[in-house]
Write a protein that binds this ligand. Structure first.
Ligand SMILES: NC(=O)c1ccc[n+]([C@@H]2O[C@H](COP(=O)([O-])OP(=O)(O)OC[C@H]3O[C@@H](n4cnc5c(N)ncnc54)[C@H](OP(=O)(O)O)[C@@H]3O)[C@@H](O)[C@H]2O)c1
Length: 247
């Protein structure tokens, strides 16, 4: 499952799941692009960690909601590493509210990052992925897109949206041999989960058969497999990493 000299762009990889994916891909030989919006220090720490492990990485700032920033990132990636082989659409946010209290702005902001960002990044790297020998588009969804979750109507809508998007792009990419898949994690120990009140975390935990939240590595290992040649006959799929939760 080596990724020797594959160029892999991981959006939102300064922290959380994205940083784990970036270090995992770097440890397996990829040239990794660590994208961030504001967490510059953390992004450079991820690059240092990859380099300390013998890998190659660059940090590139770009807000995924800004098409021109994403296009500029794509140009910088081409200058640094040439064409991109793997895009991991990982950047995502939550703004949790009961639907009846949710403003249109809170709805739109989550749409803009979690789906608008996916549009911008897929669009900017689409030709590269299509031309790659082993091109891979990997979208990070959530079990919340499958089950729904109290207080997350906006977030759940974006994460369900990725299923239809992934299946469609898989069809449109199929004749090039490039694959598109969705990884759908359960609840993972990151800053995003930290924002959830303890009593709610306790309730969620009771719904997980394996009786623990996911570690970042649980998700990163699957992404590394999907990025590799070994997954070349898998496309248009949704892969759950959720400790056995039903959906
Ligand atoms: N944690 C969970 O339980 C869980 C479960 C299922 C799915 N997921 C999904 O996994 C992905 C990562 O979640 P996480 O828990 O690792 O979140 P996190 O710890 O909050 O990290 C979010 C990452 O996204 C980046 N980001 C946010 N907005 C961005 C933007 N506009 N442009 C570029 N980067 C942006 C952040 O960078 P900056 O700090 O620089 O802004 C950060 O690196 C998300 O798509 C999330 O929906 C998470």
């Amino acid at each position: 499952m080596k990724l020797d000299s594959q160029t892999c762009v991981v959006t939102g990889s300064s922290r959380g799941i994205g940083s784990g994916i970036a270090t995992e891909l770097g440890a397996h030989g990829a040239n990794v692009v660590v994208n961030y919006r504001t967490s510059e220090r953390e992004a450079y720490d991820v690059v240092e960690e990859i380099e300390a492990d013998g890998g190659t990485a660059v940090a590139i700032q770009a807000d995924v909601t800004e098409g021109d920033e994403v296009e500029a990132m794509a140009d910088r990636v081409r200058n640094a590493f040439g064409s991109t082989d793997v895009l991991v659409n990982n950047a995502g946010i939550t703004i949790d509210k009961k639907f009846e209290e949710m403003t249109r702005k809170e709805w739109d902001t989550v749409m803009d990052v979690n789906l608008g960002g996916v549009y911008n990044c897929t669009n900017a790297f689409f030709d590269d992925l299509k031309a790659a020998d082993e091109g891979r588009l990997i979208n990070i969804s959530s079990v919340v897109g499958q089950q729904g979750n109290y207080g997350q109507a906006n977030y759940a809508a974006t994460k369900s949206g990725l299923f239809g998007f992934t299946r469609t792009i898989a069809l449109e990419l199929a004749d090039s041999g490039t694959t598109a898949n969705c990884v759908s994690p359960g609840f993972v120990q990151t800053d995003m989960l930290e924002k959830v009140p303890d009593r709610v975390q306790h309730k969620i935990r009771k719904r997980i058969p394996l009786d623990r939240f996911a570690d970042i590595e649980d998700v990163a290992g699957l992404v590394r497999f999907l990025a590799s040649e070994d997954s070349s006959y898998m496309t248009g799929q949704v892969f759950g990493v959720n400790g056995g939760m039903e959906w």
